[in-house]
Unconditional design. Structure first.
Length: 391
């Protein structure tokens, strides 16, 4: 097979600030493959530079017809689900694929896979879809989604799940077992310097969480446990880096708990600053929960990044997290919303330098062994080669 085969990577927005993992994969499959971006909207080119980004804007693809707009609104009303692109958008994308002599389409997230399924059928180009998180949790509650997901499974050459849990869930929904595999995305280990956590008993410890302020990230449970640990005598400070809809609510909750002087909210930070935050931290906290609308994590990339720096992890038995964090070996896990257990584990971490060091060392080794992006991208190249050969 010749080198530098052109492949289309499809997301609706190329590229959202939290989608670093997609960009890393695109860079990681070169030079055997030459990815270009297919999307509906282009964003953040200064953060994610890509030579070829094809956005189906009205300027490029034209407007949907009145009939298409009415049909889309009707479908959304009847199913509670999104509208598929119009004919002009599909025509534009088909022209791009032909122009680039595209050999493979890789769509990220179930919704994007559903959008690409008609195009894959029309062009005969093999389609790979990666299932990440909300597409296998919250969206399953929408009436029109599961049926479209099953149709997408039929159109796919391969389905990738980021965790064993999502693979099993997809099979239960009707994905043929032979069509789906679990493939961990991983992180670039070399970009995260290992830092021994060797503070002595009694020294102030910095707890860090880096995430959007949304319900499934469980900030309020972390705040409750943090306040409880302070009452037990722990010398700790908490840093919540990130932005989002629940940021102000969490600020107010910290104030209600009387711990505002111990909690910092530095806001959303660019990805290049995150390793610096991690280097200054002593414990990484991430109390993931299932949100009221069913939304869950996949395997949070930020946990992998923190583990790569040698940070001991305190998280929850949630979604794919136990596949990454081995309880009592490379981190500590509690039940979702179990503040009492979370508090006790946090307090135990603060009181034992040896425990923090052992967990941090094991965390780094875990990432090097199982979640190293360089290794995972080699596996992804093999998947691409097999799929592209089927055209």
């Amino acid at each position: 097979m010749s080198a530098s085969l052109p492949i289309a990577v499809f997301v609706r927005e190329f590229l959202g600030i939290s989608a670093t993992f997609i960009y890393r994969q695109m860079q990681g499959v070169k030079p055997e493959f030459e990815p270009f971006a297919l999307c509906r909207k282009a964003a953040n080119p200064e953060i994610f530079p890509c030579e070829k980004v094809y956005a189906a804007t009205e300027k490029n693809a034209g407007k949907d017809t009145l009939a298409e707009k009415i049909s889309s609104k009707a479908k959304r009303f009847l199913t509670g689900y999104y509208n598929l692109p119009g004919k002009n958008t599909y025509k534009y994308w088909a022209e791009v694929l032909k122009k680039e002599d595209c050999r493979l389409i890789h769509a990220h997230f179930g919704e994007e896979g559903i959008m690409m399924a008609p195009l894959a059928r029309e062009t005969g180009i093999p389609l790979i879809v990666t299932l990440h998180g909300y597409d296998m949790s919250r969206l399953l509650n929408r009436r029109g989604y599961v049926g479209k997901l099953r149709d997408m499974f039929d159109a796919c050459t391969l389905v990738i799940a980021v965790s064993d849990k999502f693979r099993n869930d997809a099979v239960k929904l009707g994905c043929p077992p032979e069509k789906i595999i679990r493939h961990y995305i991983g992180v670039p280990v070399e970009e995260f310097t290992y830092t021994p956590r060797n503070k002595k008993s009694g020294e102030e410890l910095v707890l860090l969480q880096v995430s959007n302020f949304v319900e499934k990230k469980g900030h309020k449970y972390t705040l409750q446990a943090f306040a409880n640990a302070l009452k037990k005598g722990a010398n700790i400070r908490l840093v919540f880096a990130g932005g989002g809809t629940l940021l102000e609510e969490c600020r107010n909750f910290a104030s209600e708990l009387g711990i505002s002087n111990r909690v910092e909210f530095p806001g959303k930070k660019p990805m290049q600053e995150i390793p610096g935050f991690m280097a200054q931290a002593d414990i990484f906290v991430h109390h993931s929960i299932t949100a009221a609308d069913g939304d869950t994590e996949g395997i949070p990339t930020v946990l992998m990044e923190a583990m790569a720096t040698g940070l001991p992890i305190l998280s929850t038995y949630h979604a794919g997290i136990p596949e990454l964090v081995e309880d009592k070996t490379s981190g500590l896990l509690s039940g979702e919303k179990d503040v009492e257990q979370y508090t006790q584990q946090l307090f135990n971490l603060t009181q034992s330098p040896e425990l923090r060091m052992n967990l941090g060392n094991a965390a780094r080794s875990r990432i090097e062994d199982k979640f190293n992006m360089n290794k995972q991208n080699l596996l992804l190249k093999e998947l691409y080669q097999k799929a592209a050969a089927r055209k």
